[in-house]
Ligand binder design. Structure first.
Ligand code: NAD
Length: 495
C-alpha cells in the first residue's frame, strides 16, 4: 500500500548531477556539456545529466567491445549469468519505490502505474530472461546419416539500445535483459527527456555483479549521441523504440555505415472496436477510457481510435465521456490522482495542436481539449474525446501520443475492418464482442501486432510485442526477443 508521506519525502530528495556510465565508471561528457532535467510536474529543473556526443559513444562502444572480447560475460557459464541477472532483478525490486519516484519526477507518469510498469515490469523482465538463458539453445539438424549439421546460437557482440521517455525502465529492460542474457555487451541511450532511471539501473547492475563494460549508459540528444550510435561502425545490432521518423533515420544510418541490424518498435494509431453485442458495455467503456487516457495517452499501444457500431454509438460515447471526466488529472505523486503530467512542454503543445486541428477539420469535441493546472507550471491535459472523426482527418491517421481519442461509427464487421486497417500503422487493436466466431475473425482480419479481445492492454512478458506495417519490425518480450540478439551459425561436418 502506497503511503503519501513516504512519497512526499522521496520527492523532496535532491538528485545529484549525473554523468555517463562507461566501462563501469562515472564520468563527464568528453566536452563537459550537460543538459537540464526539467520535471513535468511543475516545469522546474531537478538535476543535470551529461550531454554525451560522438566521442563518448566511441568510448562506450570500445568499452563494450573490449568487455565482449574478454569473454568474462560472453563466455561465462549460463548459471553465472543467470545468478547476476536474478540479483539485478532483486535489486530493482528492493529499490522499486525509489526508482519509481525518480522516474515520475522525470516523466510525469502517475505513481501507481509507474511503480507497476517501470520497476515492477523491469524486475520481471530480468527474471524472465535470467530463467530463459539456459533453456534456449542450439539444434541438431535432421541431416542424412553421413553428415552432422549443428546450429549454434551465438551472441552478436555489441548491442545498442535507444529508448523513449514514456516507460524508460520497462522498455529499456525489454532490450537490455535479453541482450545481456544472450551474452552481449550493451550501450544504452535513454531519451534526453527521461534518463534518470536507466542511469540508476546501471548502478544497480554493477552492484549485482555485471562485469565492467557490459552495460554502458550514454545520455544525450538524439541528433548527437543517437545519431553517432546509428552511424557507428562497431555496433552489431541496434534495438530502438520511438517514433517512425527516428526509425527511418536509423535505417538510413545503418545503410550508410556497417549495415548493423536495426530493430524498430514504433508508434501506432490503434483501433479499439466495440460491437453492439459486447458483453458489458459499461465495463467496455471504462477499460477503453483507461486504454487511451492512462499515462496521458503516452503509451505506444494506446487505443487512440474508438470504432463503435452505429446502433450503440451515441450511448457508448456518453459512457466514455462519463468515464473520461471521472478521471482525476494532476500531480502524479499525489495518490488521489488517476493521471499525471504530460512528459514535456513540447509534447503538451503537440497534444493541444492535435485537438485544435481536429476541431478545425470538423470533428465534434465531446470533452477536454484543454490544458489543466497551468498555474503549477506543470504540463497537464484533460482527457479529450472527439466524435465524428472521418477516416480522412489527421486525428484518424496520425499518432498524437497524447490523451486525445478519435471516435468513428461503423455499420458492420466489414466496414469496421476497413476503417481499422485504414492507417499506415499496425501495433495494437481491441475487439469487444460476445460472439466467439466474430472475435476470431477479427483477430485474423485486423492488422496489428497484438489484438485484445474484451479487454485493453495488460499483455505480460510471455507474449511478444511488435508492430506490423509501419509500426516496426522485430519483437520485444517473450522468447522471440532473444532472436534479435543472437547469430545463428551452422557447423556442417562430414562424418
Ligand atoms: P523519438 O523517436 O523522438 O525518440 C526516441 C529516442 O530516439 C530518444 O532516445 C531520442 O533521443 C532518440 N533519437 C531522436 N532522434 C534521433 C536520431 N536522429 N538518431 C538517433 N536517435 C534519435 O520518440 P519519443 O518522442 O521519445 O517517443 C514517442 C514515440 O515512441 C511514439 O511514436 C511512440 O508510439 C513510440 N513508442 C513505441 C513503443 C513500442 O513498443 N512500439 C513504445 C513506446 C513508445
Amino acid at each position: 500500500m502506497l503511503d503519501q508521506s513516504l512519497l512526499d519525502k522521496l520527492r523532496a530528495e535532491s538528485v545529484p548531477p549525473r554523468g555517463l556510465f562507461v566501462g563501469g565508471k562515472w564520468r563527464d561528457a568528453r566536452d563537459g556539456r550537460t543538459l537540464d532535467v526539467v520535471s513535468p510536474i511543475d516545469g522546474r529543473p531537478i538535476a543535470t545529466i551529461a550531454r554525451g556526443g560522438a566521442a563518448d559513444i566511441d568510448d562506450a562502444v570500445a568499452s563494450a567491445r573490449a568487455a565482449f572480447e574478454s569473454g568474462v560475460w560472453s563466455q561465462a557459464a549460463p548459471a553465472e549469468r543467470k545468478k547476476v541477472l536474478h540479483r539485478l532483478a532483486d535489486l530493482i525490486a528492493d529499490n522499486a519505490l525509489e526508482l519509481a519516484v525518480l522516474g515520475v519526477r522525470d516523466n510525469g507518469t502517475e505513481i501507481g502505474m509507474a511503480l507497476k510498469a517501470e520497476p515492477g515490469s523491469a524486475a520481471g523482465t530480468f527474471r524472465y530472461y535470467a530463467e530463459a538463458l539456459d533453456k534456449v539453445y542450439g539444434e541438431i539438424a535432421p541431416t542424412a546419416p553421413g553428415v552432422l549439421g549443428l546450429i549454434h546460437r551465438e551472441p552478436v557482440g555489441v548491442v545498442a539500445a535507444i529508448v523513449p521517455w514514456n516507460f524508460p525502465l520497462m522498455i529499456g529492460a525489454w532490450k537490455i535483459a535479453p541482450a545481456l542474457a544472450a551474452g552481449n555487451s550493451v550501450v544504452v541511450k535513454p531519451s534526453e527527456i527521461a534518463s534518470l532511471t536507466l542511469l540508476r539501473l546501471a548502478e544497480l547492475a554493477a552492484e549485482a555483479g555485471l562485469p565492467d563494460g557490459n552495460l554502458n549508459v550514454v545520455t544525450g540528444e538524439g541528433a548527437e549521441a543517437g545519431e553517432a550510435m546509428g552511424l557507428h561502425m562497431d555496433i552489431d545490432v541496434l534495438a530502438f523504440t520511438g517514433s517512425g521518423a527516428t526509425g527511418r533515420r536509423l535505417l538510413d544510418y545503418s545503410a550508410r555505415s556497417n549495415l548493423k541490424r536495426v530493430f524498430l518498435e514504433l508508434g501506432g494509431k490503434s483501433p479499439n472496436i466495440v460491437f453492439a453485442d459486447a458483453p458489458d458495455l459499461d465495463q467496455a467503456a471504462k477499460v477503453s477510457a483507461n486504454g487511451i487516457f492512462r499515462n496521458s495517452g503516452q503509451v505506444c499501444v494506446a487505443g487512440s481510435r474508438l470504432l463503435v457500431e452505429r446502433a450503440i454509438h451515441a450511448e457508448f460515447v456518453d459512457r466514455m465521456k462519463h468515464h473520461a471526466e471521472a478521471l482525476k488529472v494532476g500531480d502524479p505523486l499525489d495518490l488521489s490522482n488517476d493521471i499525471g503530467a504530460v512528459a514535456s512542454d513540447a509534447q503538451l503543445a503537440r497534444d493541444l495542436a492535435a485537438a485544435a486541428r481536429a476541431e478545425a477539420e470538423g470533428a465534434v469535441r465531446i470533452t477536454g481539449g484543454t490544458r489543466l493546472h497551468w498555474e503549477t507550471g506543470g504540463y497537464y491535459m484533460a482527457p479529450t474525446i472527439f466524435d465524428s472523426v472521418a477516416p480522412t482527418m489527421a486525428l484518424h491517421r496520425e499518432e498524437v501520443f497524447g490523451p486525445v481519442l478519435a471516435v468513428t461509427p461503423f455499420d458492420d464487421e466489414a466496414e469496421a475492418v476497413r476503417i481499422a486497417n485504414g492507417t499506415d500503422y499496425g501495433l495494437a487493436a481491441a475487439v469487444w464482442t460476445a460472439n466467439l466466431s466474430r472475435a476470431h475473425r477479427m483477430v485474423r482480419a485486423v492488422r496489428a501486432g497484438v489484438v485484445h479481445v474484451n479487454t485493453y492492454g495488460g499483455a505480460d512478458g510471455t507474449v511478444p510485442l511488435g508492430g506490423h506495417g509501419q509500426s516496426g519490425n522485430g519483437h520485444d518480450k517473450s522468447l522471440h526477443a532473444l532472436d534479435k540478439f543472437c547469430n545463428l551459425k551452422t557447423a556442417w561436418m562430414q562424418l
